[in-house]
Design a binder for this molecule. Structure first.
Ligand SMILES: [Zn+2]
Length: 138
């Protein structure tokens, strides 16, 4: 057997080994991806259980989850407050009957027809003291 034949065999053998390793790696990655997918599935269901538990127990939270319940409630309050700010900036309000966003100026809701409480449209401009005026004062 010549040295070249041997070399050729070695290269071929090495190539097969690389291919085999690549195949194994691909297999491992695929399995790891499946593991991640299953973990995500578990997380989703944990969240679902948590949400259902919160909904069912929000009026009487157990001591164990009291802190988490309070954090959730604080966030709900913040969301309400922020949404009101957004509505004020968008010059809309929420229909108390169907929760549809309607213009502040409508008398009846365009979606459900409910009569809207009269709201005074706040003007966005607030009177601020003039910077120059302060200069004159001093
Ligand atoms: Zn409505």
């Amino acid at each position: 057997m010549s040295i070249f034949e041997n070399l050729g065999k070695t290269i071929t053998h090495g190539g097969k080994k690389v291919a085999q390793t690549a195949k194994t790696l691909t297999g491992v990655w695929q399995l790891k991806a499946k593991v991640i997918s299953e973990k995500n599935n578990i997380e989703e269901n944990y969240k679902e259980i948590g949400k259902k538990y919160f909904e069912a127990n929000k009026s009487r939270p157990s001591d164990e989850f009291k802190e988490s319940f309070e954090k959730i409630n604080t966030s709900f309050d913040k969301i309400t407050q922020l949404e009101q700010e957004i509505h004020a900036m968008e010059k809309v309000k929420v229909c108390p009957s169907c929760n549809e966003k309607v213009s502040r100026t409508v008398v009846f809701c365009p979606k459900c027809g409910a009569k809207q409480e009269e709201t005074t449209v706040r003007t966005e401009t607030t009177l601020l003291p003039c910077q120059n005026q302060q200069l004159y004062l001093f």
